[in-house]
Write a protein that binds this ligand. Structure first.
Ligand code: HPA
Length: 261
């Protein structure tokens, strides 16, 4: 078993993914968002988890991020591609765009349980590069190989939600370097690093963030735009799953080395 996939709003299943079994996992941290669906695409085994459950019922601030990542780990998953919906902040992040994320700013700090190490060990994992550089390279190459236009970098600012932002918050986020805003990337990424799982983040810009376009954001807009970009995402996932090699050469696999005090 090699690659995990976390689907966000709008990605609940993938055509071409033949589910062969479902595994329900209880973890020391509670229940994951749903059963893990195990299947294959083009002969490569993958494990899929819908982040918000099925049907979509778990809000971002209530997702059990620790259980979700622990479940992947206990299935032997070493790499995860995480798909999410975001609001566009930068001028060049327009609805329908697909963004391969490269950085994160965490505004959820303190509001969510964000570590596996809050009792027996003092661990500070390095998060200078929150996304696996090796996976990013393969995703960029895959997008080129299938002729899919994507934004190859973007800084995701993660807010707690569930409310949307004020226009001044978005102005502030823009000033500090955020390109897109969403509610789920953290602590998903840092927890994965704590168990030496590689992460790649693909986001679909579903709307202009608050105050950017002047119109009010609706849930329908988010879902419809996500649907419109799903074909591209699915083609990219299929290609990347085939291209990403079985052996990891990145530093994520040794994240705990030198992290223990
Ligand atoms: N803000 C926060 N999260 C989001 C947005 C947004 O505008 N769009 C999709 N997820």
């Amino acid at each position: 078993m090699l690659i995990g996939l976390i689907g966000g709003s709008g990605l609940y299943e993938i055509e071409g993914l033949k589910i062969t079994r479902e595994v329900s996992i209880s973890t020391p941290y509670g229940e994951p968002s749903s059963a893990y669906k195990i299947g294959s695409i083009e002969g490569r085994e993958i494990v899929f988890l819908p982040r918000h459950g099925i049907p979509h019922k778990i809000p971002p601030q209530k997702i059990n991020y620790r259980a979700n990542i622990w479940g992947f780990r206990s299935l032997g998953i070493e790499r995860i591609i995480s798909v999410s919906a975001v609001g566009g902040i930068s001028r060049d992040m327009s609805p329908g765009n697909i963004v391969l994320l490269d950085q994160i700013i965490d505004m959820t700090s303190g509001t969510r349980i964000a570590t596996f190490y809050d009792e027996d060990a003092v661990i500070h994992v390095d998060l200078t590069e929150p996304y696996c550089l090796e996976m990013r390279d393969f995703l960029i190459k895959s997008s080129r190989d299938i002729g899919l236009s994507i934004k190859t970098a973007g800084t995701y600012i993660c807010v707690n939600g569930p409310r949307l932002e004020t226009s001044k918050e978005i102005q502030f986020f823009s000033l500090i370097g955020a390109d897109v805003v969403g509610m789920t990337a953290m602590p998903e990424i840092s927890l994965a690093r704590e168990v030496e799982i590689c992460m790649a983040g693909i986001s679909v810009v579903t709307n202009y963030a608050a105050g950017i376009s002047g119109s009010k954001l609706t849930a329908t807009e988010v879902v419809e735009t996500m649907k419109g970009s799903m074909e591209g995402i699915k083609s990219l996932l299929k290609e990347a799953i085939v291209q990403i090699p079985p052996v990891r050469l990145c530093p994520c696999k040794d994240a705990l080395k030198d992290a223990r005090f």
